[in-house]
Design a protein around this ligand. Structure first.
Ligand code: MN
Length: 281
């Protein structure tokens, strides 16, 4: 049942103006506001880790701040691993906690199993969590805080760090490791639905649907009695979808940007949060 009002529209991984992203201008995103009361950018909207190193990043961040100010409460900007400090919102719960939204940087213990970051991320996250009291350590909030901290803490190891590298051997090693990335990307995609459901099992057992991004592969899967949804990315090739929250239903649509125009497709899937999930044990 629904009153047809879209309360929230969730998108992710816009990677505004980054290499390959279809989102070259923020005005392209205005079409998303046509209908829903609130639009949620679920992480990796922009790159904020190198603001002090390259003026281009600061310009984009300022553009996003202006955009955010203009839309006010109608826009909720959540953090990702590329923009861990873009806001203080690392997760969101809707529909009486039956919908959990988070970027997905804690889906994998290594941030992204295909990335260069793996071992640094895990180490820094564990170090940060160890500083928390035991009862706090195991919470979703602490895990997300630690993940956001970790990506900032290791930014100067990034191959994209604009300054001169102090780790030339690292770069060479990374190049050699790159040939192993394809396997890891596909393996990561394969694990994503299971890991998305596991996030709810561990931290929010009441969540019936978990909406994440991060892996740049859109999809919807029924996993052990829950819906694992991924909204993909504006960086090709796999495309993006969005989730509209309409009462107790989730409406899934594909969307894309062509020639700086956002094209939002029809609803291709409706999920009733009160109906049983296929394959439920
Ligand atoms: Mn990400």
């Amino acid at each position: 049942m629904s009153d047809h009002v879209v309360s929230h529209r969730i998108v992710s991984d816009l990677h505004f103006a980054e290499h390959g992203s279809r989102v070259r201008h923020l005005r392209t995103l205005e079409a998303l506001f046509d209908g829903p009361r609130q639009v949620v950018f679920n992480g990796d909207t922009i790159e904020t880790r190198f603001l002090d190193m390259d003026p281009a990043y600061a310009v984009r961040r300022d553009e996003l701040l202006a955009f955010t100010a203009r839309w006010g409460e109608r826009l909720i900007v959540m953090t990702g691993n590329h923009d861990p400090d873009v806001s203080a919102i690392h997760h969101l719960e809707l529909c009486d906690g039956h919908v959990l939204i988070t970027h997905g940087d804690i889906l994998f213990p290594d941030l992204a199993p295909w990335g260069w970051e793996a071992r640094y991320f895990r180490k820094e996250m564990e170090r940060t969590l160890a500083l928390e009291p035991a009862e706090v350590r195991a919470t979703l909030e602490a895990q997300l805080r630690a993940a956001k901290h970790a990506v900032v803490a290791m930014r100067d190891l990034s191959p994209r760090y604009p300054g001169p590298s102090s780790h030339p051997w690292e770069r060479r090693l990374r190049f050699l490791l790159a040939i192993r990335r394809i396997d890891r990307i596909i393996g990561g995609w394969r694990e994503t639905p299971d890991r998305t459901a596991a996030l709810a099992e561990r931290f929010r057992p009441q969540a019936r649907a978990i909406i994440a991004g991060h892996v740049h592969r859109p999809g919807v899967w029924a996993v052990r009695g829950r819906w694992a949804i991924n909204t993909g990315s504006m960086v090709p090739p796999l495309g993006a979808m969005l989730v509209d929250v309409v009462g107790r239903e989730l409406h899934l649509r594909r969307w894309r940007v062509r020639r700086d125009v956002a094209e939002i497709g029809p609803v291709f899937r409706r999920i009733d949060l009160d109906a049983s999930v296929p394959g439920r044990a």
